[in-house]
Write a new protein. Structure first.
Length: 195
């Protein structure tokens, strides 16, 4: 067997182990709060040993953040496709993807208080949103510093809005109505930079 084939099988094992650990955590979180889930619970569910867990993650919170970041990036790639510019349509899609993921997390992790998960979710979702928006901002005729500041502002605004909306379980407001409320605010703020 060639060295290249050996490296590919190791990469596949790593990907498979990480995937099983993420799936195990998300499965367990449907029945109990993250705080009550142990690393042993996760490794038993994933059918991997503890050393495998610690080879990939520092703790269960690191695993949760990784799961959220991975899902967010995957949803953004799927939802935005080849969209490459800061437009109202792209912004709407970004908001809907973010909001829908927040609602899904809230529904799938019922026993866990969302207020305890928000700091973990925030880092990953904001970073993912920032990456996308920064790529859009870099296409505008503005400095790199302005692009970065705008991207950071939009990432924070979108996350803050969807986090609040996602936690309002009694809200009957549909996601498109929610997006319609915040898009004008963001478009006005960025509109001065034009394309």
């Amino acid at each position: 067997m060639s060295e290249n084939t050996s490296e590919e099988s190791i990469d596949l094992r790593i990907k498979r182990s990480r995937k099983h650990l993420i799936e195990a955590l998300l499965m367990l979180m449907q029945d109990q709060p993250l705080q009550k889930i142990s690393v042993r619970d996760i490794t038993d569910e994933a059918m991997v040993n503890r050393s495998t867990f610690y080879a990939h993650f520092t703790d269960k919170y690191d695993l949760f953040k990784t799961a959220i970041g991975q899902r967010m990036r995957q949803d953004l790639v799927t939802g935005l496709g080849d969209s490459t510019g800061f437009t109202e349509t792209n912004l709407r899609t970004l908001i809907l993807i973010s909001g829908n993921l927040m609602v899904k997390i809230s529904q799938d992790c019922q026993p866990t208080s969302m207020s305890e998960l928000i700091p973990l979710i925030m880092t990953e979702m904001q970073n993912s949103i920032h990456e996308v928006v920064l790529a859009w901002m870099n296409k505008l005729n503005i400095s790199k510093a302005e692009a970065s500041t705008l991207a950071m502002f939009i990432a924070g605004a979108v996350f803050g809005a969807v986090a609040l909306w996602g936690q309002q379980s009694d809200s009957k407001q549909r996601s498109d109505e929610f997006a319609n409320q915040i898009i004008p605010l963001l478009m006005v703020g960025v509109g001065q930079y034009g394309e």
